[in-house]
Design a protein around this ligand. Structure first.
Ligand code: AP5
Ligand code: MG
Length: 203
C-alpha cells in the first residue's frame, strides 16, 4: 500500500504518518526529514531553500525521493509525507509508482502557525513534540532517545508565512488529481482521535 499524506504545514502530517507507518509496518518517508539528514555541500544548497520557506527544486527533490523508494524496505509500500508538493512533482511520481490512497489533513492557518511556533523535534530519532499540546516528559529532552530537542530553522514567522502560501497556491491544487483515492480528516482534534479517523477511513 502506497499512501500520501497532504496537509498544510503544522497540520500533523509527520505526527500521523509516523503512527500509521508503525501500525502498517511500512516506512514513513518525509522529504523534509530526508533533506534535514543531508550533509556537506548538498545540505548547504538545500538549506538555502528550506530556511527561507521555499520549495527545493523539483529535480533534486524527485531524485532524492526516487532513491529512497527504491530501497528494499519499501517493497511492501510506504507513506509519503511532504511529497508531492506541486503538480509537476505529482506528474513525476505518477511515472515511477502507483498511489493507493491519499490522506488530506485539514487545518486553518491560524492554528497551524500556533502549532509550528511551539514545535520542538529530536534530531536523532525524528520524534516531534509540541511545548503546548504534546510536550516531552522532561523539558527539551526526547522521551525516546534522551537527546536534546531543537527548534527547526524554518519555523520562523517569515518562513512559516511563505510555506503556507506555497501550500495553498501550489500543493492543495494537486488534491483534485487524487479525487478517486482521497480521504480527508479534520486536523483540529486530539492526535489519537485523528489517528483513529484515518484508520477508519483507510479500512
Ligand atoms: P517538511 O519537513 O515537510 O515541513 P512542512 O511541510 O513545513 O510540514 P511540517 O513538518 O511543518 O508540518 P507537519 O504537518 O508534519 O506537522 P507536525 O506533525 O510536525 O518540509 C520542510 C521543507 O523541506 C519545506 O518547506 C521545503 O523547503 C522542503 N521540502 C520538503 N518536501 C519538499 C518537496 N516535496 N518539494 C520541495 N521541497 C520540499 O505537527 C506540527 C506541530 O503540531 C508539532 O509540534 C506537533 O507535536 C503538534 N501536533 C500535531 N498534531 C497535533 C494535534 N492533533 N493537536 C495538537 N498538536 C498537534
Ligand atoms: Mg513534518
Amino acid at each position: 500500500m502506497n499512501i500520501i499524506f497532504i496537509g498544510p504545514q503544522g497540520s500533523g502530517k509527520g505526527t500521523q504518518a509516523k503512527i500509521l507507518a508503525e501500525e502498517l509496518k511500512i516506512p514513513h518517508i518525509s522529504t523534509g526529514d530526508l533533506f534535514r539528514g543531508l550533509a556537506g555541500e548538498l545540505k548547504n544548497e538545500v538549506d538555502s531553500y528550506i530556511n527561507q520557506g521555499s520549495l527545493v527544486p523539483d529535480e533534486l527533490t524527485t531524485k532524492i525521493l526516487k532513491e529512497r523508494i527504491s530501497k528494499q524496505d519499501c517493497k511492501n509500500g510506504y507513506i509519503l509525507d511532504g511529497f508531492p508538493r506541486n503538480l509537476n512533482q505529482a506528474g513525476l511520481l505518477e511515472k515511477i509508482t502507483k498511489i493507493n490512497k491519499v490522506v488530506e489533513i485539514t487545518l486553518d492557518d491560524k492554528l497551524a502557525i500556533q502549532r509550528i511556533s511551539s514545535r520542538i523535534s529530536c534530531k536523532k530519532c525524528g520524534t516531534v513534540y509540541n511545548l503546548v499540546t504534546n510536550p516531552p516528559k522532561r523539558k527539551e529532552i526526547c522521551d525516546n532517545c534522551q537527546t536534546e530537542l531543537y527548534r527547526r530553522a524554518d519555523d520562523n514567522p517569515d518562513a512559516i508565512k511563505k510555506r503556507l502560501e506555497t501550500y495553498h497556491n501550489e500543493t492543495s491544487p494537486i488534491l483534485q488529481k487524487y479525487k478517486s483515492v482521497l480521504v480527508s480528516v479534520n486536523g483540529d482534534q486530539e492526535i489519537d482521535k485523528i489517528a483513529e479517523e484515518i484508520r477508519e477511513k483507510l479500512r
